[in-house]
Design a binder for this molecule. Structure first.
Ligand code: 8GT
Length: 128
């Protein structure tokens, strides 16, 4: 099975963190994730995550740190999910693809129904 390369960003807004919910017509419907998307040809990981965040959320972010990538096999596809921590810089948050978002205290993130590939990332982030 081919592995899809996907970046995602854990975006901090002061003391809160952004999580977004996939819409019911996307893959992994209604699961929570960190915004991001597939790396395009000729693009670096950092270029990808900044582009995806602008496209999906209409905001600009500053990348802080790369966390450990996670390879995960779903029943019908396999991804390598490449996480970054980031900080919100500017722009009004507008959801272009997702059905919902939440800004929560880091410790409350664990209560959401996450896409499976995100669980190890969330654990690493909670230990930072
Ligand atoms: N952006 C993002 N995608 C994730 C995360 N966790 C995770 O399993 N994924 C999966 O990675 C895949 C690629 O992300 P994407 O956002 O570009 O995909 P997409 O919905 O446009 O895919 P599609 O157009 O093929 O349906 C999705 O199938 C998504 O389910 C995450 O935290 N962020």
């Amino acid at each position: 099975m081919k592995t899809i390369l996907v970046t995602c960003a854990i975006i901090q807004f002061d003391d809160k963190v952004l999580a977004v919910q996939r819409s019911k017509n996307m893959k992994l419907p209604l699961k929570w994730e960190f915004a991001g998307g597939k790396i395009e040809e000729g693009e670096t990981e950092v270029e990808c995550i900044k582009r995806e965040i602008l496209e999906e959320l209409n905001i600009k972010i500053e990348i802080k740190e790369k966390l450990t990538p996670v390879t995960h096999e779903y029943p019908d596809f396999k991804i390598k999910l490449i996480p970054f921590t980031a900080e919100y810089i500017t722009g009004k948050l507008i959801l272009k693809e997702h059905s919902d978002f939440i800004l929560v205290n880091k410790r409350k993130l664990i209560n959401l129904d996450w896409a499976e590939a995100d669980i190890p990332i969330l654990k690493e982030y909670l230990e930072l």
